[in-house]
Design a protein around this ligand. Sequence first.
Ligand code: CO8
Length: 258
Amino acid sequence: SKGPLTSLSVDDDEVATLTMQRLPVNSLNLDLLQELDKALDEVAKNKAKGLIITSASPTVFSAGLDITEMHKPEMERLTAFWTTLQGFWLKLFGAPFPTAAAVNGHAPAGGCLIAMSCEYRAMVGGKFGIGLNETALGIVAPRWFMDTMCNVIPTREAELALTTGRMFSVEEAHKVGLIDDIAKDKADAIEKCKEFIERFDSIPPMARSLTKQKFRQSALQGLIKTREADLAEFKQFCLQPQIQKAIGMYIQMLKQKK
Ligand code: CO8
């Protein structure tokens, strides 16, 4: 009964919009990650001028990784899950075309990672949170999550945010530079993203993209060179009995919240 988990459209100005629609919370399971990854190939192939990522939910951009993928996992699927996340991040963070996130709701953990991997973020004002909260859940974000945050906010702020598992309010995120603009609503967020992308209209694309690559090269290489070890570390961490127990309890907690 699962339809497409994303939709991709391109407007008259050749700006592509990728909408995550795995409701209710766009938690990133293997299937959604695979679709997101394919969508990036599609955008590159169609030579869109830039990409905006947003959500079909009015309150959640993405709840981050689907925790159920990490609970009592089947080994082959767990490997595919993490490998797909790595590959998707490499493609998004290193995308040659301009990327922007219209963050129209909560963006914890993996949701924040997607937003931070883009070059620009407009977040809709409201009682939403954005941040890497892994530490608060007793899990350790991989080095490349940290590098992604350090590309957006100062290292000292990133270290403090990660060690405390801090979720930023929209205003706090704006103040520290984790988001670039606060939008009135989703349409305004998309408009702001489009304005960002169109700033490059008069810049030669090749020079633009090579410049971006140089800024991001060390973070990208950091994962490319350690991909196997990163996967092994993730699997080993995930399978520890006390981590399995913590994940199980967290799933229960989320379910009982209402
Ligand atoms: N994974 C799976 N299911 C989820 C997740 C998730 N991340 N988040 C929410 N759900 C489920 C809930 O259990 C609930 O299910 P059900 O309907 O069966 O009860 C349903 O989605 C709706 O959730 P809520 O009622 O909580 O929805 P709200 O709109 O009230 O709140 C939030 C939305 C704010 C997004 C809230 O759901 C939330 O805080 N979710 C958890 C976010 C989170 O902590 N994510 C961390 C994921 S870990 C990660 O991304 C990086 C891990 C790095 C790995 C490193 C290992 C070494």
